[in-house]
Structures are given as structure tokens and as C-alpha cells.
Design a protein around this ligand. Structure first.
Ligand code: SF4
Length: 482
């Protein structure tokens, strides 16, 4: 997959792995979710045989060839063909001496890259002499709802990818040849940065390859810049402040570029005033942290459903009052949603604005939690109209500060407006919060008490800053319109 994205990335993977940054906790969490989904898929074949893993591909090949003779479903059978090696999630014996291949994905849908993956596997297994009948992609069913023990038949769905993989298989040997050549080169190939650096996913080499761009005002902070930024770079424009006046920009990009060129914030006073006027006191500033496991942990929940395990809430009774703080962080392995709902019902009262950053997320968490605990449904529905999204003035460019670096996320807006920063926090973003809480609370490996306490404190600090930050941002916006 890395080879398809970029030959330079492949070269580093193969020749100089130490130059690649270690995976972030959120990526490691995604890997472990993949293992959990794979284990559920194997439950569909109770007479299946797991092939003991050898790190030597030829050894794995020999073991797998031998296992084929048993005509049982096989897990992790590995085969070598020329310079290519692949491990099959599941091989199922079918009529005569044929096999069906099943590749398991932890996603809820199929992506282009999955077809390339399975086409590569077909190429290897058939080249190694295996007779394949059909090739399937198995993935998580988003609509599954857990009742009692996990039912793998409901959790997973299977898609026949024989046609697509057969078509793509034709290009596999040519691609392997090109990749082997790139890997064998003495030096990493010269590859210009481009849209491929962020598609199908962010390349781990971005920090290295993009470091020629200016730290401040890079052309890639242009709002919704996409191909426009690459086009400008092609013309030699590296800084947003050097964009020629005649270059066509949309309304929001115009605002942003002007703010950077003049090096001062842009304020659309009337729109911002109207936004601020809708806030009613007491105002409740709220932020959730959640886990969203692929294999649902709790009764009545679905794959990747957001389960709030923590909230931080600041209550401000009037424009001039000091904020009061409440925090909750779940303990133990049981479902945190009933306690979250119960506590919030007591804290949120029945009037006043509920302010969140990207409020759709908090609303969705409450809605899904109330669906599982219907005694809260009426209350949850009444909350909906009270929500105010603090992202709105930044997303709609009622306010833009050059220090936001083209972004409207809380992580960029907070330092730009208040000077507060997430730097130095042990947990500094939502993906890490989720992965770390999952690891110390629901993970398979026991975690020492002191490590768990450190993670819990880091979670409290992080969620607190998110909400305290919102209080400070609102004050800064009020200041901007006076
Ligand atoms: S950052 Fe872009 S150019 Fe560099 S290795 Fe990744 S994909 Fe290739």
C-alpha cells in the first residue's frame, strides 16, 4: 500500500525505517482494532486452523502448503511467488480442490485500496499454485447492534470482490517490478510533494519531505487549498503572503490571505455580534472524550459508536461571573454512559446555552447514549435547541487570526486567541485520549496502577483545557467586537 502511494515512502520503509516516526497511539489503536475484528471473523469458522507464524516467508510457505492438504479453513496461510509474499486472513476450502479467499478489514465500508490489496493477494496465491474460486472482502457492519455476546455473523458482512480484484490483478506484476526497482536503489528516489502525500492517507514522511516550506505562512495553510496550493507551489509560491493579487481565490481564502498579508486579525463585526447575542446565561461549556471500538463493548451499542467516558463542564452564570468546574472520568470497565447521562441531567439544568466546539459531536454522543437508555430520550431532545457551536465563527470566517495557521480547530484557535497552548500536555489530542483510555481500561494487557493514574491525570488535564479554552475564546471574541 505504501508502494502504491509513493516510491520514496517505500524506499524509506525498506532501507531506512528509523527515519519514519513511530506510530501515534491512535494508529496503534487502529491496528489493535484490526486484530479484534480479525479474531471475530475467525469465529465464523470454528473448525479453522491457525498456521503457526514463522517470520521466514519460505518457512511459512512450506507450512501453509502442508496445511492445504487438510482441506480445513486456514488462518494466516502465507505464500511466496517470485519477490512477492502475502498472508491470507482466511482461506476456505470449496468444491473440488479450490479455495475462497477472505480478506478482513476493520472499516465499515470498502475503499479503492482494499481492492488493490486483494488483487495483490490473488496474484501471489495463484502464482504459488493455489486454485482460487472467489475473493471476498469482509468488513464491519455499521448497523449491527450488540445484544448479549457478540454475534460475528451480524457484526461482519462479506462482499464478493472477485470481479474487481481480477481486473486489478493484471497490473500487479508490473507494479511489483517497479517497486522492487525502487527499493533496490542506492538512494531514495526524488519525488516532488503532491496530493499523493495526503491520499489515501497522510504519509508519515510529511515532516521530512515538506520541511523546505516556510514554518510560518506556508502555502499549504490556504483554507481548503487542496490542488490550488499545489498549483501555486508549481509556480514557485511557497508562502501564502506571496500569492499574486490576480490569483483567483474564494471568499474565505481572500479573507485569510488578506489577514496574513496585513498580519492582523480579520473581524466581521456584525456576524460575530449576531453569533454572540444568541448565547443565553447560565452558559454551559462542555467537552466529551470518547472511545469508539470496532467491536462494540456494551449492550445496545454499534461498531464505532462514540461512547463518552469523560466530560469536562464549565458553568458560567452570567457574562461577568467566574466559571464553576465539574469533571467526570469513568472508573472500571463497565458502560460509562448511564453515569454520564445521570450526572449531566443533574448539571445542565433546563435553560441556558450549551456551548461546545464542533457541537454536532457532543449532540451525537448524547443522542446515541439516550437511544441506549431511553429514559433519557425526552431530556436529551430538549437539549438539542440549547446547543451553540463555538466553531461556527471560525469556520465561517467571522473571525480569523493569522496565528490560526489556516485552521479552525480548537488546537489552533486557542493559542492564537489566548496564548494558552496544548504543548507540554502528556495527552494533547482526542485520538490519543481515546486510545490511552482504552489501553489502560479495556486493553488486553494489565497496566501498572501508577501508569494508569498518570494516564487518568493526563486525560483530566486535557479535557479541562479544551473546556477552559472555550470560556477564554468566548471572552476573546466578546473583546474583539467591543
Ligand atoms: S511526503 Fe509525499 S513525497 Fe514524501 S514520501 Fe510521503 S508521499 Fe512521498
Amino acid at each position: 500500500m505504501h508502494g502504491l502511494q509513493c516510491p520514496k515512502l517505500l524506499w524509506y520503509e525498506y532501507n531506512d525505517r528509523s527515519s519514519l516516526p513511530p506510530p501515534e497511539p491512535a494508529l496503534e489503536f487502529a491496528f489493535s482494532e484490526g486484530h479484534r475484528v480479525g479474531a471475530q471473523a475467525r469465529c465464523l469458522f470454528p473448525d479453522g486452523l491457525m498456521i503457526e507464524r514463522s517470520w521466514d516467508p519460505r518457512e511459512q510457505h512450506a507450512r501453509s502448503l502442508k496445511a492445504l492438504e487438510q482441506r480445513r479453513p486456514l488462518f494466516e496461510a502465507g505464500f511466496v511467488h517470485g519477490r512477492a509474499y502475502a498472508l491470507a486472513d482466511i482461506l476456505v476450502p470449496v468444491e473440488q480442490d479450490q479455495w475462497d479467499l477472505i480478506e478482513v478489514k476493520a472499516s465499515t465500508g470498502l475503499k479503492e485500496e482494499h481492492y488493490h490489496d486483494i488483487a495483490f493477494q490473488r496474484y501471489v496465491y495463484q502464482g504459488a499454485g493455489l486454485k482460487l474460486r472467489r475473493a471476498y472482502l469482509m468488513h464491519v457492519n455499521r448497523d449491527y447492534v450488540r445484544h448479549g455476546r457478540i454475534d460475528p455473523k451480524g457484526l461482519l458482512v462479506q462482499h464478493d470482490a472477485s470481479r474487481e480484484s481480477e481486473v486489478l490483478e493484471h497490473g500487479v506484476s508490473r507494479k511489483i517490478e517497479a517497486m522492487v526497482k525502487a527499493m533496490a536503489a542506492e538512494k531514495a528516489p526524488e519525488v516532488k510533494i503532491g496530493p499523493h502525500c495526503t491520499s489515501p492517507r497522510d504519509c508519515p514522511m510529511i515532516d521530512l519531505c515538506w520541511n523546505f516550506l516556510p514554518d510560518k505562512d506556508s502555502i499549504f495553510i490556504l483554507y481548503s487549498g487542496g490542488r490550488k496550493s499545489h498549483e501555486l507551489l508549481e509556480q514557485g509560491v511557497e508562502s501564502i503572503t506571496d500569492i499574486p493579487d490576480e490569483f483567483e481565490l474564494n471568499y474565505r481564502q481572500e479573507i485569510q490571505v488578506r489577514a496574513h498579508k496585513e498580519n492582523r486579525p480579520y473581524v466581521e463585526r456584525d456576524s460575530l455580534r449576531r453569533f454572540l447575542e444568541q448565547i443565553k446565561y447560565p452558559a454551559y461549556f462542555i467537552d466529551f472524550e470518547t472511545v469508539a471500538p470496532a467491536v462494540p463493548l456494551f449492550e445496545g451499542s454499534s461498531p464505532y459508536e462514540y461512547i463518552p467516558f469523560q466530560f469536562s463542564l464549565y458553568i458560567v452564570d452570567s457574562e461577568s461571573a467566574l466559571p464553576r468546574h465539574h469533571a467526570f472520568l469513568a472508573e472500571g470497565r463497565s458502560d460509562p454512559r448511564p453515569v454520564v447521562l445521570q450526572q449531566l441531567k443533574a448539571l445542565l439544568g433546563d435553560q441556558g446555552s450549551i456551548i461546545a466546539y464542533s457541537a454536532g459531536f457532543e449532540k451525537r454522543c448524547l443522542k446515541e447514549a439516550a437511544r441506549a437508555f431511553p429514559q433519557y430520550l425526552d431530556w436529551q431532545k430538549r437539549l438539542d435547541d440549547r446547543f451553540v457551536d463555538l466553531l461556527e465563527p471560525f469556520q465561517k470566517f467571522y473571525f480569523y487570526h493569522p496565528a490560526q495557521n489556516g485552521r479552525a480547530s480548537l488546537k489552533n484557535v486557542l493559542p492564537a486567541l489566548t496564548g494558552d497552548s496544548y504543548q507540554g500536555l502528556a495527552i494533547a489530542e482526542g485520538g490519543a485520549a481515546s486510545a490511552e483510555f482504552f489501553r489502560v481500561t479495556y486493553g488486553d494487557k494489565a497496566v501498572p496502577d501508577n501508569e494508569e493514574q498518570k494516564v487518568r491525570q493526563a486525560l483530566l488535564d486535557y479535557c479541562d483545557l479544551d473546556t477552559r479554552g472555550m470560556v477564554a475564546i468566548l471572552a476573546a471574541l466578546r473583546q474583539a467586537v467591543t
